[in-house]
Design a protein around this ligand. Sequence first.
Ligand SMILES: [Zn+2]
Length: 163
Amino acid sequence: MSIDIKIENENELFEKYKELFVHKDNIRISLMGFGFAVGDGWYDLVRLCCEKIKNAVDQHNEKYDTFHNRVKGTTNEKHWHNPPKNKVEYPQVAQVKEKFGGLRFYTNGCDAEIYESIQGALDFAESMSFTICEDCGNKGKLREDRPWIKTLCDKCYEVKNID
Ligand SMILES: [Zn+2]
């Protein structure tokens, strides 16, 4: 049984968040060409991370455009606190993997301000991953009594132990 995110789900992420996977076919820069190295049970968590990153960049850049094209020089300017000084690039998803039973989501080239606004969501996804079966997405828990520590539901845990 394959543990990876289903190929159709993987392709959906690559398509919907293509700005985050520009280098996915260049293995010198990104490991994403090999796909997401986590089970399909964590698909929603991975999608949440991608969504959060894309939104953070889009909102930052829209705010920049609004301020510099419509607000700057008008009487509304004084109501804006810390308007964005520059537009930012999308960070690149470098690697998504399981480590010690939890989800790890690594990016490259993330603007510091963007990183600050997404860090909470990435941490949240990691802590949630310890409660969700990596294989099937049902309620799971960390299984440390196996050769490879994994977060699994009771059913997948039994199946894995028979294999
Ligand atoms: Zn399961």
